[in-house]
Design a protein around this ligand. Structure first.
Ligand code: ZN
Length: 141
């Protein structure tokens, strides 16, 4: 188990560009503002979404392309480091016109229709991801 203690740093709130890539846009903000650790939230809508679901047996991510307009009901993630660079681990719940939900781990290819973000910087120890043999994932070490 890892438990780190942080203090709240800067907080950012804003709007993502129509047509931008959700994950890349957030990552560019994190890089520009030099955020080492923190949390991210987004609400809005996507034109197209690509989420990944981890197969725990085969230890591979399976991508699911949702090529339709969907509402971002909830999108939450954290900011830490992987190979010394900032990395956002982002999950999303999307709903269709009937309110049916889809979701998963956000990867590149998710196109923003409208997006309102909130990023909270956390000040404290660096959280670095390392390959974990047991799960096959890049986990905090
Ligand atoms: Zn994930």
């Amino acid at each position: 188990m890892i438990i780190n203690e942080y203090k709240v740093g800067r907080e950012f709130m804003g709007r993502l560009e129509h047509g931008s890539d959700l994950l890349k846009s957030l990552l560019s903000i994190v890089q520009e503002k030099d955020i080492n650790a923190g949390v991210v939230e987004v609400i809005g809508a996507c034109k197209r979404s690509v989420v990944a679901i981890y197969d725990q047996e085969k230890k591979v991510y399976n991508n699911v392309v949702l090529d339709k307009p969907l509402e971002i009901v909830s999108c939450t993630g954290n900011i830490s480091k992987l190979n010394g660079k900032p990395m956002i681990h982002l999950h999303i719940v999307l709903s269709d016109h009937e309110g049916k939900a889809f979701g998963g781990h956000v990867i590149e290819g998710t196109e923003v229709f409208a997006g309102e973000f909130y990023i909270r910087e956390l000040l404290g120890p660096t959280l670095e991801r390392k390959h974990d043999e047991v799960t096959g994932l890049n986990l905090w070490a």
